[in-house]
Design a protein. Sequence first.
Length: 533
Amino acid sequence: MGLRRLRTTSSNWRALATLAVAILTAALSVSGCFGGGGTGTSTGGVIKGYVTEIDANGFRTDATLLTSGPGVERASVSLVGTSKIATTSYRGEFTFSGVAPGTYSIVVTKPGWASAASYGVGVETGVTTEVTLRMVKPGGMLPITESIAPNVSISCPSPVSGTGYVYVDARDETAMAGALLFIDGLLVSAIEANSPGDPVAQGTYLWETYSEYSESGWHDGEHVLTALALDASGNIGCRSITVTVNNGTLPGSVPYAPTNVTAQAMTIHYSLFDLLNAPYAYQSSSASPGLAARILEAAKKVRDSVPPAQTRGTPAGSNAVVACGVSWLLPSGSPSVTGFKVYRDGTFVAESPVGSPDLGVDPIPPVALWLWLDGSPTLCPGKTVSYSVSGYNRSGEGRRSAPDATTPLYPLSKVTLTAPAQDSSVSSVPLLSWAKVAGAELYVIVVMDTAASQLMWEGYAAGAENAVYYGDFSHTPPGGQSALPLVRGRSYTWFVMAIASTPDPPIPPDSTWSPDAQSISTSDLGRFWVSYY
């Protein structure tokens, strides 16, 4: 999906619901929630499913927005109305074979977890239907008082020309938190329960597929609408339908093929998202132009985006997520666009309309940078993917761009600080050390004044090093913050990032470094006091 921001807070249900379940596949068929198609068996259809966790522990919920988090292992999956029961693998995978044609519900349970259900999953003979389900991990924000997934329905007249109305109705036996409406993976509406404790959440969304007053809209053809409901215990229910948009073509010229298409993969350990929520760390670093600030800013942009689906390449317990960012330019002089279509490995995967509801932006002008973030189920560390992009308007779709490829890296483990000890007293030039991280090629060290939230020093170390004296000039990267004197009686916070990249990071790192892929982890925040010189 394309550079979409959510401006909700963790104290409101929509924030949790968004962070927890805004993880949709841009489905290409009507085969249930987040569905896809493939080749099944001659004696029936196949359902291939993936169950992935939402870690609702603080800002780790933001990390799951990358949609590449760990699978839910040993969950029980039932195909309602049949005797078929499956158990998920360590990647959260399950398969039902020889399924008679029809429409089914799928329910996933695991002891101690809230449940998940996908309704209206269509099965055809000789076709493989793909389904992704999400489960809220225990220990998060919601106490589990019951474990029955809410029912949810969605309807919209088809075809839609100009403006259509989408109706969502979500119900629970006890209490609803609310429901979310997505179009091709784009969150367009959040619907709250009528009142606290109400078992019903209902709403109508006015879907403007094209406006005669602005160059914005959706491509003619099929679109997948998904309603995803969350009850007060964190149980999740979802249902998808396919609706056709038909606004007709107009005389004119189609957009030029986008240029400068760049694909970059990012593998992020949960620790980085914990750090983003820690006092001082992100606030102070973002004020400087240094390397750590740029990495944190990139991670924050990823965290604030809403990609369409959970990757299937990250096993249970890995505590890391994967995403690919794709950016491009619309050439100068190109006819205007109403949106873009993104292709992964030559296959259409998503639409990124201009002027989408949560963007609130005007049509994209020529020579403007555009961004789409992919968290597709096909992403997997070590597996190369390529992307190309086309623009469209009401005259039709233009030519695709040349493709660009990237290969997500494997996760790095969390960094452990070894000295100074937490809240210990040190000299004004302390030795900062940490345990080496397997696979790390570069470490970035950040020290801040605790009270003033001021960046004091940004250093680096090569992958074989794991200790640096504060302010060491030979370990200060070009453009990084040179060391400021540490003052006796003041406290300072610090952290260390571990980084691997393709190509390998330059030593020392500089502002021109723009890797094709990165894997990043970080430490918790350490703190020390300066007591002597």
